[in-house]
Design a protein around this ligand. Structure first.
Ligand SMILES: NC(=O)c1ccc[n+]([C@@H]2O[C@H](COP(=O)([O-])OP(=O)(O)OC[C@H]3O[C@@H](n4cnc5c(N)ncnc54)[C@H](O)[C@@H]3O)[C@@H](O)[C@H]2O)c1
Length: 359
C-alpha cells in the first residue's frame, strides 16, 4: 500500500511560474477565449509581444485591454517571420488550428494549442513528431487541469491521498446554449457538448486513470425542447476500465439552479466537490482521518490559462517535456472520439479502435 505524507490541506494544486518571465509570447486568434488567456498572462507578468487575428479589430481590442505595446497582425505568417518570438499561443477553433500549429513549428517557435487539440489522432501524432524533430515544445492547453477544483483532485490522487481510484463521477447542469448563443460556430456545432466542451472532462478522466486503459465507452446525446441552439445539449458517457468506472453527465440547456460537481472514490477515501459549471471554491476529502473541507484559491480561467502557459515556459526553461505536452492530450481525445461514435451508432465502443471525430 502506498503511504503519503500529504494531508488535504497540503495538496499542491496552484500554477507554478518559471524562474524567468522574459519569454516572448505571440497569440494567434483573438476571439472570445483569448481575453482570458491575456488576462492571465498580464496578471502573471508574462510578455505578449504580438497579437494576430484575421479580424484586425479583435486583435486591436485585446491590445488595448492588455498589452498596449504588442504589435498587431492579420497574417500569422508575417508575425511568425519575426525572430524574437519564443512561444506562440494558438487560440483559434480546431478546424483551422493544425495548419497554424505546423506553420509556427516551421518558424521555429514552441506552441501552446487550445483544446480540442485535433479532430484526428494521426494528425495529432504527426504534429507531435514534427515538434520533436525540430526540438520544439508542443503543448495542449487543456487548461481544466489547472482549474482549482480539478487541479486539486489530480494532485490529491497523485499524492496517494485517497489510494487507488475506483470510480469517478462528474455532472454539469448549466445553460451552455445561452453561454455560446452569440457565437455562430459554437451554436451550430453538432458535437458541441461531448467534443468542444466535454473534452475537458474526458481529458480529466484520462489523467485520473493515467496508468489504465479504458476498454469501453457508451454515450448518448439528445436535443432538448427548451434549448436555444439547434444542436444536442444533453449528453451522458460511461467509461469502463478493467477495475474502475467513470461517468459524465452534461445538461447543457439547464436554465435554472446551475450546478456541477464530482465524487471520486478511492480505496482509501473520497473527494467531493460542488459548484457552478466552472467549479466552486471548496473540496471535501473524507478518509479514515475524518472529513476535511479545503477552500480553494483562484478560478478555472485564471488558474487554467496561467497554469498551462506557466508549465510550458517552465519546461522550456528546464529543458524537459511539459506535463501538458500535446501527447498527453491524446488519451482524453480517444475517449471523447469513442463517446462521439457511440452516441452516433448507439453502440459500445472500444476507444483503442477510434482515431478521429468522424470515424
Ligand atoms: N476553457 C477553455 O479552454 C475554452 C473556452 C472557450 C473556448 N475554448 C476554445 O478556444 C478556441 C477558440 O474559441 P473562441 O471562443 O475564442 O472562438 P471565437 O470564434 O470567439 O474566436 C476565434 C478567433 O480565431 C480567429 N481566427 C481564425 N482563423 C485565424 C487565422 N488563420 N489567423 C488568425 N486568427 C484566426 C477568428 O477570427 C476569431 O477571432 C476553440 O477551440 C474553443 O474550443 C476553450
Amino acid at each position: 500500500m502506498t503511504t503519503t505524507t500529504t494531508t488535504p490541506s497540503t495538496v499542491d494544486y496552484l500554477p507554478v511560474d518559471p524562474a524567468s518571465k522574459s519569454a516572448r509570447i505571440a497569440v494567434i486568434g483573438c476571439g472570445g477565449i483569448s481575453e482570458w488567456h491575456l488576462a492571465a498572462y498580464q496578471a502573471a507578468g508574462y510578455h505578449v509581444v504580438a497579437l494576430c487575428d484575421l479580424v484586425e479589430a479583435r486583435a486591436v481590442e485585446r491590445q488595448q485591454q492588455f498589452f498596449a505595446d504588442a504589435d498587431i497582425y492579420t497574417d500569422h505568417r508575417r508575425m511568425l517571420a519575426r525572430d524574437d518570438i519564443d512561444v506562440v499561443d494558438i487560440a483559434t477553433h480546431v478546424d483551422v488550428r493544425p495548419r497554424l500549429v505546423r506553420d509556427a513549428l516551421d518558424a521555429g517557435k514552441s506552441v501552446l494549442s487550445q483544446k480540442p487539440f485535433v479532430r484526428d489522432i494521426d494528425e495529432g501524432r504527426d504534429l507531435i513528431a514534427y515538434a520533436a524533430t525540430h526540438d520544439l515544445v508542443l503543448a495542449a492547453n487543456q487548461n481544466g487541469r489547472w482549474a482549482p477544483h480539478f487541479s486539486y483532485l489530480l494532485a490529491a490522487i497523485r499524492s496517494g491521498l485517497i489510494g487507488d481510484v475506483l470510480t469517478a463521477d462528474f455532472w454539469v447542469h448549466w445553460p451552455h446554449d445561452e453561454v455560446v448563443g452569440g457565437n455562430e460556430i459554437f451554436s451550430n456545432m453538432h458535437d458541441l457538448i461531448l467534443f468542444d466542451f466535454g473534452i475537458h472532462w474526458f481529458d480529466l478522466v484520462s489523467r485520473i486513470f493515467v496508468d489504465e486503459q479504458a476498454t469501453e465507452v457508451i454515450a448518448r446525446v439528445t436535443t432538448s425542447s427548451n434549448a436555444k441552439i439547434p444542436v444536442p445539449t444533453n449528453a451522458e458517457a460511461l467509461i469502463q476500465f478493467d477495475e474502475a468506472q467513470a461517468s459524465l453527465r452534461f445538461r447543457g440547456s439547464s436554465h435554472y439552479a446551475e450546478e456541477a460537481g464530482y465524487r471520486v472514490e478511492g480505496t482509501r477515501g473520497v473527494i467531493t466537490h460542488s459548484g457552478g459549471y466552472l467549479g466552486g471554491d471548496a473540496v471535501t476529502v473524507t478518509t479514515d482521518a475524518g472529513s476535511e473541507t479545503v477552500t480553494l484559491e483562484g478560478s478555472w480561467f485564471g488558474n487554467g490559462m496561467h497554469g498551462s502557459m506557466a508549465e510550458l515556459l517552465r519546461a522550456l526553461e528546464e529543458g524537459r517535456a511539459p506535463s501538458n505536452a500535446a501527447a498527453t492530450a491524446l488519451p482524453g481525445l480517444q475517449l471523447c472520439y469513442a463517446a462521439l461514435q457511440s452516441a452516433r451508432d448507439h453502440s459500445t465502443v472500444d476507444p483503442r479502435t477510434v482515431a478521429s471525430v468522424d470515424r
